[in-house]
Design a protein around this ligand. Sequence first.
Ligand SMILES: Cc1cc2nc3c(=O)[nH]c(=O)nc-3n(C[C@H](O)[C@H](O)[C@H](O)COP(=O)(O)OP(=O)(O)OC[C@H]3O[C@@H](n4cnc5c(N)ncnc54)[C@H](O)[C@@H]3O)c2cc1C
Length: 428
Amino acid sequence: MTSVRPPRPGVPASGDGVRADTPPGPGHAPDVLVIGGGIIGLVVARRAAERGLRVTVLDPEPAGGAARVAAGMLAAVTELHHGEEELLELNLASAALWPAFADELAEAAGLPDGSALGYRRGGTLAVALDADDRAELRDLHALQTRCGLEARWLTGRECRRLEPMLAPGVRGGLRVDGDHQVDPRRVLDALLVAAERAGVTFTRREARGPWIRSGRAVGAVLDDGTLLAAGRVVLAAGSRNGLLEGVPEGLLPPVRPVKGQVLRLRMPGGIPFLSRTVRAVVRGSHVYLVPRASGELVIGATSEEQGWDTTVTAGGVYELLRDAHELVPGLTELPLVESTAGLRPGTPDNAPLLGGTGVPGLLIAGGHYRNGVLLAPITGDLMAEYLVTGLLPERARPFSPGRFAPVGAGVPGSRAAHDSVPPIEEGV
Ligand SMILES: Cc1cc2nc3c(=O)[nH]c(=O)nc-3n(C[C@H](O)[C@H](O)[C@H](O)COP(=O)(O)OP(=O)(O)OC[C@H]3O[C@@H](n4cnc5c(N)ncnc54)[C@H](O)[C@@H]3O)c2cc1C
């Protein structure tokens, strides 16, 4: 194994005055080029820069992507699904990082503390409106209990005592104090500032794909064919990762866009409306209401396999309002201030892709599906560790893209080929 590039002292300097769009100087190809500056690309870029690597993010609109639409629930416990116990471990580990991550990110961006990013520990209440919903919630509760998670069953009356705006028809619910929330838009804005201050440079252009020469990733090809050289390339283009050109066929597992429509309402100032996230399955559709300290009430989200379409539809808005109204009838009085749609990057097993792709020098941090905000802190740490040491950390191994590849050591695309890459060398 070749030598690891030692972290350069002083790199995480204040960076005040560092401008976005500043390319690295001539002859100074970055160590790492991150394609995509959504929440995942930004956390990876920032952490890698803090560990001493020279990093450039390539994105026409950094700090955008699906997280601009997302509700920001940090819902490791209430988002638990059968068969996703391995993902649960990762989700819980990232949820545990969030309080310190929110504080240090806020400080790095010049904000007082994590509450300035909308980080709130109000907890979550998952409720049932009819016998079917209640059976589904009971099943979730049993799974949570088997996994050793904290969730308390409440009667309908106990639910309404906690949240008086709930409909009288609520028949029971699960109180989960450990599932918190954050405002992803504020997180994105803070990440952009913090990344710049850590020395990350930005090229506001679209990538056609990674630049692969002699079987190794050596940079990116821009939309107009310009080549941008780099030591390593990290694919972090969210649901568009699967559209990038140049990756040999079959090396990347399919990432598909899963559309979600979301509404934003404004709660009345001074009057407590909801104090925590409230969610339910209404006639088979998931609906949640996330109240922010800023007065914003986020209602989400549809889940539609509609390709690349991000139109807000009358049907989507109708369904969200109908289901949310069944939970909290009083919300129809609130002003509706925004309706948006975004694309979750879904993978075949709903878990993220973290690690190498089988092409030397080409990594991926993607496929975070419905948990990209929750998983941001741990993704940044794991990918930076991988970039610096060349070894995929133990915790990331179940999420290596190699899990979808045929078993066989040394074969490009195999698990072994995905799990280690040569570390960054001097002078790349
Ligand atoms: C409706 C909805 C609700 C959600 N709610 C939650 C929630 O409550 N909690 C939670 O944890 N997660 C939630 N998510 C999921 C979360 O938003 C995603 O998992 C997360 O945003 C994925 O981050 P990403 O950076 O990988 O991709 P994205 O956020 O999609 O960002 C990708 C970035 O790549 C850039 N890009 C794309 N193509 C190129 C290219 N060719 N060249 C250069 N740049 C490119 C884009 O401009 C964008 O900035 C929600 C998502 C949706 C849609």
